[in-house]
Design a protein around this ligand. Structure first.
Ligand SMILES: O=C(O)CCC(=O)C(=O)O
Length: 333
């Protein structure tokens, strides 16, 4: 579903956009049902890393390998003091990721549908690469918060090009942990990056700037609405304090045309033999990797970034190593 010029303008101004009714009730129901089916077929006990506490390296590799897999992550609050699962698996799962769009037939069909491709084309992508997908559950009462972040911190190309697509599979409200966004924050560039070292450890290269909670705007949407997030948009989501879950399917896309390179120090690296697959490839026809909007218009692609924000030297402290083990309990984004 292509965006109108007005929608594109709003997206470029605000750094996010709500497209109501992007998915039909049938499409939403199919994705939701498939998610529930995946959980039903999953045996949490098969993941040995969760049975003891001090297994950081296994946990880290579970996280890193999820780039090329359908992996299950838990809610932190789903465990008791002994580290045992305290709620049924249907209520314990935080999200499934990060290659649903390639490996699961139902999510793959949706992710590569003409509707999604038309959206990418209207954003100006010549060779859109879906690099990551997540089915996020935000469970009743235990659904944890997602702290303020920018998706391009995690999914960087040179030059930066990430756009997040977030499809509500259930109504999202303040009570069940909807997204909150900082309007126009993408104009300030990307504040930090989440880097993978050659030994597989991951860390941020700087502390996060502090953001005023009161500056965030809630994005309450109905099931079927799509929220588009510019890669430099600062957003977060709250805890789910209510009895309703808040299922959503997020997929992140970057430009894969010549002239754009996936960073080898991104945490997310596909295993050998499983390259990113474009939604379509118009880069040869355009004769340029620099991107031009669809339909031969001169408009710059809507995913263009302001770059990496300059930080005062003092702010660039050695950021604490981020344990991917923690990311299994609660994803870093
Ligand atoms: O769904 C959420 O709670 C957070 C999702 C998010 O931050 C993202 O998709 O980038």
């Amino acid at each position: 579903m292509a965006l109108t010029p007005e929608q594109l303008e709003k997206f470029q101004e605000d750094g996010f956009l709500v497209v109501e009714g992007f998915a039909s009730p049938e499409e939403v129901a199919e994705l939701k049902r498939r998610g529930e089916e995946l959980v039903a077929g999953w045996d949490p006990a098969s993941i040995s890393i969760f049975s003891t506490r001090d297994q950081t390296s296994k946990t880290d590799s579970y996280f890193l390998n999820s780039a090329s897999a359908i992996s299950f992550f838990f809610e932190e609050k789903a465990f008791d003091k002994e580290g045992q699962l305290a709620v049924p698996k249907e209520r314990a799962v935080n999200k499934i990721g990060h290659a649903m769009h390639d490996l699961d037939p139902v999510f793959r069909r949706w992710s590569r549908s003409p509707k999604v491709a038309a959206l990418a084309q209207s954003l100006g992508f010549l060779r859109p690469l879906p690099v990551q997908s997540m089915l996020i559950f935000k469970q009743p009462f235990v659904g944890g918060e997602v702290v303020p972040h920018q998706d391009s911190s995690f999914l960087a190309t040179s030059p930066l090009s990430c756009v997040g697509t977030w499809l509500a599979l259930e109504d999202a409200t303040r009570d069940n942990g909807c997204l909150w966004t900082l309007l126009g924050s993408h104009h300030e560039g990307v504040h930090r990056r989440f880097l993978r070292a050659p030994d597989g450890s991951v860390s941020f290269d700087a502390d996060s700037p502090s953001f005023e909670d009161s500056q965030f705007v809630p994005v309450e949407v109905k099931a079927g609405s799509l929220v588009l997030l510019h890669g430099a948009n600062v957003h977060r989501s709250g805890e789910n304090t209510g009895p309703q879950s808040r299922h959503a399917y997020a997929m992140h896309v970057v430009e894969g045309a010549p002239g754009y390179a996936w960073h080898s120090d991104n945490w997310l690296q596909r295993r050998e033999g499983m390259p990113f697959q474009p939604l379509y490839d118009h880069s040869a026809a355009s004769g340029s990797g620099s991107g031009s909007a669809s339909g031969g218009s001169k408009r710059p692609p809507a995913f263009v970034h302001a770059g990496i924000a300059r930080r005062p030297a003092a702010a660039v402290q050695a950021a604490a190593r981020h344990s991917a083990a923690a990311a299994v309990g609660r994803a870093p984004y």
